[in-house]
Design a protein around this ligand. Sequence first.
Ligand SMILES: Nc1ncnc2c1ncn2[C@@H]1O[C@H](COP(=O)(O)OP(=O)(O)OP(=O)(O)O)[C@@H](O)[C@H]1O
Length: 256
Amino acid sequence: MTLDARTVSWDRGGRLVVDGVSLAPAPGETVGLLGPNGSGKSSLLRLLDGVVRPTAGVVALDGRDLTRVPRREVARAVAVVGQHAATEVDLTVREVVELGRLPHRTSFGGDRAADEAAVAEALARTGLTDKAEQLWRRLSGGEQQRAHIARALAQQPRELLLDEPTNHLDIRHQLDVLDLVTRLPVTTVVALHDLNLAAMFCDTVLVLRAGRAVAAGTPAAVLTPELIADVYGVAAEVGHDAEGRPSIRYRVGVRV
Ligand SMILES: Nc1ncnc2c1ncn2[C@@H]1O[C@H](COP(=O)(O)OP(=O)(O)OP(=O)(O)O)[C@@H](O)[C@H]1O
């Protein structure tokens, strides 16, 4: 069992921002959420996190309606890295990552050694050990984003929800972060704009358009020239690597 969405909709002022979407990742799977700007990717992630409640349908954690699961229990199972994750106060990188341990604290304080080990490992995995004592707000945009990913890793979740985690990262860190999260023994739902990264790292993808799911399946099955033309209005050639994963080359000035 894992986190799943069953025909969920989210109505904002009479408009269905998410419209009857279902998503049931297999445990350990990495699902890419794709779709143009405004198609509902972030909104679906917020529904999966329980930050907002669906106006129809159900999000379930281990088969239980998420709205009935205590937030602390949700926080132990589900970690989120938002698109505009900000840290307002003057925290060091280590302190930001330590926030990920809060759901594991008990009234007795919790297991200090486990907290320290989880934080150290999360810093190491995101390449931030050397920056641990620096102020988070003095880091570069990409380093700040990696610190939030480290916070999510320190949380040691079963489910990881990532909203465009690569948008501030240089190419090496894009590859490192996606390689890292897809190797973790957790179920990951990740909103991505880069179709080639989705093809490289996702087991399956779900494509949204205007709040609706228009395609789902393996990257090879979904990421066809026809789908890319239809959903994004862009002409593309799709090749396949030795493992059969699609590799997309866009064509400008070609009408679709
Ligand atoms: N709280 C809200 N109230 C009203 N409308 C909202 C709210 N949140 C999102 N929307 C609208 O829902 C639509 C989907 O937004 P969402 O951020 O989920 O899309 P997205 O696919 O993540 O977009 P992007 O790729 O640009 O990040 C947008 O038109 C947005 O304006």
